[in-house]
Design a protein around this ligand. Structure first.
Ligand code: NAD
Ligand code: DAU
Length: 339
């Protein structure tokens, strides 16, 4: 089989490519990625050495580029990771989120139709459900929870999901969607909470916690997410949505304190900064459907996953130090300079 992975030079897509090469060496993987600030070919260095892997630089919102690639490769499965993914950036510039996340998805869906792909899989997010109150720990997102987005990012992801479902109903395109909670692990771009805190703590720099630090996220080790996507795109029912999460809720402050402790640093580094506009309070996934239908369960506990992640950042300093030396510097100054 040929599997087209879009956004594979990013965090989860990169981990997914390694998961496929390891677990399904008989398949050919083609990666289409625009190499935005978040895309990094250094992530794919090992994959690029393999005969059954091809990288193509291109934009999912560019119809000609997508059509040419589909004609050349005739993919059996398309997995769409490509997106603008960082909530803080959508506050600065919503337009690119709509272009890539909505228009890009529609262009991939049209090409998938024209070329009769056997499965189009959309990598979505729990953020499409909005947020849950902090004082109702009994509430979880199920696949039936109404869409109720808070940010241009989540609105663009919800728009993409609706397009995917519309292509299933109108054109009988065989689709599936996974909506996952927050991931962490290797190759995570250091603008996101966990890698940012690891990098800052290692440099003895302030650890900027938004608001009171009481917001809750439901953390999943990235390899468990990759296993869930692999299962759904191969064995999940057509036209279905599957929530993915491992009941690993932590407040942001708990996460930051864990990192500080593991690195032997001082909690005095923690600095409370102005909150994110529209900041979602709590995400929490109910993964009953994927567990009962497909037997998926997370394998990595948070304690083990965070230790592995910290070790990866210690062992792969070059990877993230290259990022910190580039565009990220001006982003960091813009985002945190006056906060
Ligand atoms: P990321 O920002 O690390 O990577 C995104 C990748 O997409 C980059 O390689 C970038 O170059 C590429 N890209 C961006 N625009 C493109 C375009 N127009 N054409 C082609 N490539 C383009 O993102 P991530 O954290 O790996 O997230 C991947 C997907 O998973 C996204 O769709 C995101 O919404 C979803 N998701 C992420 C999380 C999380 O915790 N990170 C959780 C649930 C769902
Ligand atoms: O839930 C899935 C989503 O998780 C994905 O759809 C997104 O693509 C992904 O970026 C992530 O979104 P979050 O906004 O939850 O992740 P982020 O790492 O940006 O922030 C996690 C929490 O930490 C959030 O409550 C904001 C807070 N935070 C973040 C940063 C970067 C801080 O307190 N300080 C920070 O410096």
């Amino acid at each position: 089989m040929t599997i087209l992975v879009t956004g594979g030079a990013g965090f989860i897509g990169g981990n997914f490519i390694y998961y496929q090469l390891k677990n399904h060496p008989e398949d050919r993987i083609v990666c289409l990625d625009k190499l935005t600030y978040a895309g990094n070919l250094e992530t794919l260095e090992e994959a690029l050495k393999q005969d059954n892997f091809r990288f193509v630089k291109g934009d999912i919102a560019d119809m000609d580029c997508v059509e040419q690639l589909f004609s050349e490769e005739k993919p059996d499965i398309v997995v769409n990771f490509a997106a603008e993914s960082h909530v803080d950036r959508c506050v600065e510039d919503p337009g690119i989120f709509v272009r890539t996340n909505v228009l890009g998805t529609q262009i991939l869906l049209d090409a998938s139709r024209r070329h009769n792909v056997k499965r189009y899989h959309q990598v979505s997010t729990d953020e499409v459900y909005g947020d849950l109150p902090l004082d109702r720990p009994d509430l979880f997102f199920t696949e039936e929870t109404p869409l109720h987005t808070s940010s241009p990012y989540s609105a663009s992801k919800a728009g993409a999901d609706l397009l995917v479902l519309s292509y299933a109903r109108t054109f009988k395109l065989p689709v599936s969607i996974t909506r996952c909670s927050n991931n962490y692990g290797p190759y995570h771009y250091p603008e996101k909470l966990i890698p940012l805190m690891i990098a800052n703590a290692l440099g003895d720099k302030p650890l900027p916690v938004y608001g009171t630090g009481e917001n809750v996220r439901d953390w999943l080790y990235v390899e468990d997410h990759c296993a869930a996507i692999d299962l759904v795109m191969r064995k999940g029912r057509e036209g279905q949505i599957y929530n993915v999460g491992g009941h690993n809720e932590r407040t942001n402050l708990e996460v930051v304190k864990t990192i500080v402790r593991e690195l032997g640093k001082s909690e005095d580094l923690i600095t409370y900064v102005t909150d994110r506009p529209g900041h979602d309070r709590r995400y929490a996934i109910d993964p009953t459907k994927i567990s009962t239908e497909l037997g998926w369960l997370p394998k990595t506990t948070f304690d083990e996953g965070i230790r592995r992640t910290i070790q990866w950042y210690l062992d792969n300093r070059e990877w993230w130090e290259h990022i910190l030396a580039g565009e990220y510097q001006t982003y960091y100054e813009r985002m945190y300079g006056k906060r």
